[in-house]
Design a protein around this ligand. Structure first.
Ligand code: FNR
Length: 400
């Protein structure tokens, strides 16, 4: 029987992909606490559906940084897609175009920036891992020249996080699976894979640091909007606003990097509060159902991204498999939208949600107050020092 939901895709993909590759794609870091929590917290948010409304005509379309898309579900950057299908990122980009949405291409992709741009007829983002001044400049320029619509800088991998399962499997990504953007370089002078789980102690070259203070330099390289992926706190979100970024992806990298964090959905409300409408907010980590999309939108996201389900679609049936994954999510979102009494995704608000007690913290006053402080700071009414010290006292952070 054809897969009818994303979990069908997952189990079918698992039976076709070699177990080392499956472990690399599916597992989280260390104890998998963040990975599990991404799902359990999404599942613990319940809906308060509304009826007796005319919901026969529905519109799922939206815009992302001004770019119209057919529904608010995008494709997260994910490396090495040829591990599960020979067409890799080309198939994914074509599927995204058919579905009418945005695909993000990873710095660590198998297919290059230019190859994917030539194959894709829909909008693309380029996901950047900072690779040092020269490499980063080159990548950003290539993405802009190839017509990508945004640079999405991933910040939640300052140093790589051990994926114990890969070490135990004695498995490393084959270089050709993640160096598509570096084929003109020699294998020794290019960065190692950033999401491989093989850390410096296991043969990875040292990581190249990037700090908030360097964001103006990065922005000066391009006219494209800058999206920061991997923000987990109101504090960092407020700083992103200060550095004038265009978008933020609230993401815990699908639980693949630091473990023992809040789930991504728990983090979303405080980031939304701190940003206060000054940048678009997107969400990923754990989205498997249309209702998950609705929940994230209700908490303030403009759109969501999916990671692992892309590998499942690719493994099962290449481009057609990814198209089907997107189609299933589209239909599920359409259904839950109608059941909640909405006719367009812009109408969704948090009154539709019943939050678990664990998430009630997002309604406690400090989130509102940090938002107010960020607002005052961005208007120049309080200094950075005042902002930091008030925020620290609100959060109960003791100065050493
Ligand atoms: C990723 N992700 C990722 N993110 C990123 O910014 N650059 C990258 O190269 C990769 N590579 C990557 C490889 C694989 C195999 C996976 C599964 C994920 C993370 C990705 O963009 C996204 O944040 C998560 O996948 C979202 O969680 P779900 O949808 O997988 O639960």
């Amino acid at each position: 029987m054809e897969p009818i939901n994303l979990y069908d895709f997952e189990s079918r993909a698992k039976s076709t992909v070699p177990h080392n590759v499956w472990d690399y794609i599916s597992r989280g870091s260390q104890d998998g606490i963040a990975l599990k929590r991404n799902r359990s917290m999404l599942e613990s948010i319940l809906l308060r559906p509304r009826f007796l409304r005319d919901v026969r005509k529905r519109n799922l379309s939206t815009t992302i940084l001004g770019e119209p898309i057919k529904f608010p579900i995008m494709i997260a950057p994910a490396s090495s897609q040829t591990l599960v299908h020979p067409d890799g990122e080309i198939a994914t980009a074509r599927a995204a175009a058919t579905a009418g949405t945005i695909m993000s291409l990873s710095t660590s992709s198998t297919k290059s920036i230019e190859t994917v741009a030539a194959a894709a007829s829909g909008p693309l983002w380029f996901q950047l891992f900072h690779c040092g001044k020269d490499q980063t400049e080159d990548l950003v320029k290539r993405a802009e020249d190839s017509g990508y619509k945004a640079i999405c800088l991933t910040v939640d991998t300052p140093i790589p996080s051990d994926k114990e399962v890969d070490i135990r499997n004695n498995w490393q990504l084959p270089p050709e699976a993640y160096r598509g953007n570096f084929s003109h370089n020699t294998l020794t002078d290019i960065p190692s894979q950033f999401d491989s789980g093989i850390s410096e102690g296991h043969g990875r070259p040292p990581t190249i640091p990037l700090t908030f203070e360097q964001l103006p330099w990065l922005k000066s390289l391009t006219r494209l909007p800058l999206v920061i992926k991997g923000i987990r706190t109101a504090e960092d979100a407020a700083l992103c606003v200060e550095y004038d970024v265009d978008g933020i992806v609230v993401s815990n990298h699908g639980g693949r990097q630091i473990d023992c964090t809040l789930s991504s959905i728990e983090t979303l409300p405080e980031v939304v509060a701190a940003v206060n409408g000054k940048a678009e907010i997107y969400f990923d980590s754990g989205v498997r159902r249309g209702s998950d999309v609705l929940k994230a939108l209700a908490l303030g996201a403009k759109g969501v991204l999916i990671g692992r389900p892309i590998f499942w679609g690719l493994a099962v049936n290449g481009q057609a498999g990814v198209e089907k994954v997107l189609d299933i999510l589209y239909r599920e979102l359409d259904l839950v939208l109608a059941y909640c009494g909405f006719t367009s995704v812009d109408q969704i608000d948090d009154a539709i949600l019943h939050l678990p007690v664990e998430m009630e913290y997002s309604r406690i006053p400090y989130v509102e107050e940090i938002r107010g402080l960020a607002d005052l700071h961005s208007k120049g009414l309080i200094s950075r020092k005042e902002f930091d010290s008030k925020r620290e006292s609100l959060l109960g952070i003791e100065k050493q």
